[in-house]
Design a binder for this molecule. Sequence first.
Ligand SMILES: Cc1cc2nc3c(=O)[nH]c(=O)nc-3n(C[C@H](O)[C@H](O)[C@H](O)COP(=O)(O)OP(=O)(O)OC[C@H]3O[C@@H](n4cnc5c(N)ncnc54)[C@H](O)[C@@H]3O)c2cc1C
Length: 407
Amino acid sequence: MEEAIVIIGAGQAACQAIMSLRAEGYEGPITLIGEENYAPYQRPPLSKKFLAGEIGYDRVELKAESFYAESGVTAYWGTRATEIDRRAKRVLTNDGRYHPYSKLLLATGAQVREINVPGFELEGIHYLRNIEDVHAIQAGFKPGARMVIVGGGYIGLEVAAVAKKRGIDVTVLETADRVMARVVDPIVSHFYERLHREAGVTLRTGVTVSGFEGEGKVAAVVSGEGERFACDIVLVGIGVIPNTDLAHEAGLEVANGIAVDACARTSDPDICAAGDCTSHPNDIYGHKLRLESVHNAIEQAKTAAASLVGKEKPYNQVPWFWSDQYDVKLQIAGLSTGYTDAVVRGDPESGKSFAVFYLKDGQLLAVDAINRAPEFMMGKILVAQKAALDPARIKDESISVKELVAK
Ligand SMILES: Cc1cc2nc3c(=O)[nH]c(=O)nc-3n(C[C@H](O)[C@H](O)[C@H](O)COP(=O)(O)OP(=O)(O)OC[C@H]3O[C@@H](n4cnc5c(N)ncnc54)[C@H](O)[C@@H]3O)c2cc1C
């Protein structure tokens, strides 16, 4: 069969893969199938400056739409891939077309986890994953409106910060006993709880939502304890699920994401996968990871592009993330899961600048840097080196971050 690369999903990973395929010297045809009506764009601003109306679409699109034709890409927007026929090596789309491939890339991302409680279908209950979601939220984003946010994770808290600045009355309901409990130490959670409360957000932890009430439109969120939170608009931010159905139905190995090796290859040698939809090995931590981050989508897409043209460029990097809330930038280098000590550098009780170093038996696993770019930058390097650090030196701010490993 003739050379033809098909990419399913038109997001961050897909856009990077196109650039990398051409940079790797691939000159054959590329077909891009995206179910959204937009060319690939950045999602992080959707809960930050784009939601706030501070930047428009031109600042979130990853490449101008002309880029795709100029790069020899046949792009189908608003088109969903519905089946992968691995025997015939072709992809079926919902417009009835078949797209033959010699190599296929799955870059299908993730979808929001929905809340399945009575009243979930009422108008005014929103999720946030794409541009259309933002437009729907913005319609109810009026000063004085009462907004309840279900979920105190990154998305919920970022939206809370934007909404508060807009003059909206914001209540955040979190099931766990603290915000961002899945990813950070209580020290960081409590810092963010203070930040939001000082901004005027009503923050309630240990509250589980059991239903929504209203006549057609949501008017209240109800907790398991029977408490009612009156509202005009609701945002649910309770996590995402990787888009693996296509891969699963095609018989590819799926285990908490599409299973790929370090070269982004699935269990079919002609199919790679990259981004939020994958579960991939990571040597630094010695186990498989499923990540939801721009860095992961970009770097894994580079690896996948190399594999698609027959080269090996294994992906094995320190994961990193960020979150912007008010004037505070959180940058996370590495993954803290399994830490035994959280060592603080700086003062989390007052001010807005400190870092938490997560150690496991003396070895650095991750760094949360709150308005601390040097700690973040150095953290990435030290985590990759699996550096052993002395807690006393971490705490001592007279020692620069660059010298933390020096004995
Ligand atoms: C509101 C928000 C804020 C975020 N903030 C941050 C942040 O601050 N920092 C950070 O690192 N990350 C952040 N992220 C996460 C980051 O945006 C994702 O990790 C990244 O977009 C993943 O890229 P991807 O290409 O894997 O998936 P996506 O960008 O989700 O792209 C996948 C695309 O595939 C499409 N698709 C799926 N199935 C099909 C199909 N069958 N046929 C056709 N098309 C299909 C989807 O509709 C989607 O357009 C944020 C995400 C959101 C939603």
